[in-house]
Design a protein around this ligand. Structure first.
Ligand code: ADP
Ligand code: ADP
Length: 232
């Protein structure tokens, strides 16, 4: 479902060139729930920005299914971005919009009609167990509820991949656990490929089937979570 080959990205800094991604390779199978784990500075954010095309890689390719994201024109990019649902650490909700309108936003941008929007938004709000909160504003919700709205918004366009960037890092352990349960649930129910970018071992242990370790801009180890936790 995801195939990344030879991905490189350097930043120009006052002290010279900084190789944030260095020929990174990664394959994620359809329906997997995989954690990409690494310390601060390993290249996680740069990888995410290359995948959602906020950043242009220097070299290499990224494909989601049959669609090669790298090298797309601006006009093709908008369509391709819909293949990836993004969930963020700080939720990134519109504070002035209700839950309903936050979740509806990607569908409005995509030009869907009102009946379709209503149906889809209600479906995904049920899925994240917020069916009764559609008229609430983000300020009236707990952190965990806000992230459920973020997940609903990421799912509303029926993406091929759900990409969660430190999605539980702003939450307390109990809430983290319930969000990870929800992501597992979505992975199973929708057979959706889920990628969790994280610096926390807990996230791997509670949510993922597979692990990829990122270090100095490369994937240095991959395998099942069970195998990963056998090592000291
Ligand atoms: P992580 O998300 O794993 O902490 P990043 O992708 O943010 O890693 O960073 C990888 C490396 O690239 C780090 O050394 C970081 O300092 C550097 N870096 C990230 N963004 C920039 C930037 N805009 N300009 C210069 N260096 C950057
Ligand atoms: P616009 O911003 O274009 O005026 P609307 O406010 O009419 O759009 O909302 C678009 C769709 O969302 C409509 O189908 C409307 O019925 C539905 N909708 C709007 N607010 C809510 C809400 N709080 N609960 C349920 N459905 C809503």
């Amino acid at each position: 479902m995801i195939s990344i080959r030879g991905l490189s990205k350097a930043y120009a800094t006052p002290s010279g060139k900084l190789q944030a991604l260095d020929g990174l390779n990664l394959t994620v199978e359809k329906g997997d729930i995989i954690g990409i784990i690494g310390f601060s500075g390993a290249g996680k954010s740069t990888l995410v920005r290359c995948i959602n095309r906020l950043e242009e890689p220097d070299k290499g390719s990224i494909a989601i299914g049959d669609t090669v994201l790298t090298g797309l024109k601006e006009s093709q990019l908008r369509q391709a971005r819909r293949k990836i649902g993004m969930v963020f650490q700080q939720f990134n909700l519109f504070e002035g919009k209700t839950v309903f309108h936050n979740v509806a936003f990607p569908l409005k941008v995509a030009g869907c009609d009102k009946a379709t929007i209503r149906k889809r938004v209600c479906e995904v709000l049920e899925l994240v167990q917020l069916g009764d909160k559609e008229k609430a504003y983000p300020s009236q919700l707990s952190g965990g509820q806000k992230q459920r709205v973020g997940i609903a918004r990421a799912l509303v366009n029926e993406p091929d991949v759900l990409l969660c960037d430190e999605a539980t890092s702003a939450l307390d352990p109990q809430t983290t656990y319930s969000i990870l349960e929800l992501l597992r649930d979505i992975n199973r129910k929708l057979e959706l490929t889920v990628v969790l970018i994280t610096h926390e071992l807990d996230v791997l242990q509670h949510a993922c089937n597979n692990v990829a370790v990122i270090e100095q801009g490369k994937i240095v180890e991959t395998g099942s979570v069970d195998k990963f936790f056998l090592y000291p």
